[in-house]
Design a protein around this ligand. Sequence first.
Ligand code: HEC
Length: 110
Amino acid sequence: MRSRAERLLRSVALAIVGVLLAADPISADDLFDYGAYLSSECTACHRLDGVADRAIPSIVGWPETVFIRAMDGYRRGEMNDEIMQNVARSLGDDEIAALARFFNQQGNRE
Ligand code: HEC
């Protein structure tokens, strides 16, 4: 026999789980696909095969945290490159996270 309080607790718990699930709208695959979509802006300069092209460094296969830190450095002007500062400042946190995932996985996917 469940008490009223137990039933109430259970429905509150279910409501919380529902909110938590709804708050995570972007799956791992979605993040990768979003990054792939955004990456065309980057691959005008950066090569996808991991080869540095004269002044343009390779950005594939980096740990995502390092990639995000670098983009943040450009956004805040701690990393000094006018082109990359402009690129990074046009991007939000979600976009940078998606790009970090996409470039990290280059070479690791079929
Ligand atoms: C117009 C050319 C150009 C475009 C477009 C461009 N980059 Fe860059 N990027 C550069 C250059 C040049 C550097 C090296 C700058 C420096 O010396 O700090 C660089 C550096 C970087 C670095 C740091 C690399 C390192 O070794 O420290 C990251 C990360 C990066 N770019 C990510 C991106 C992403 C993500 C995009 C797309 C949203 C992008 N870039 C678009 C030219 C470009």
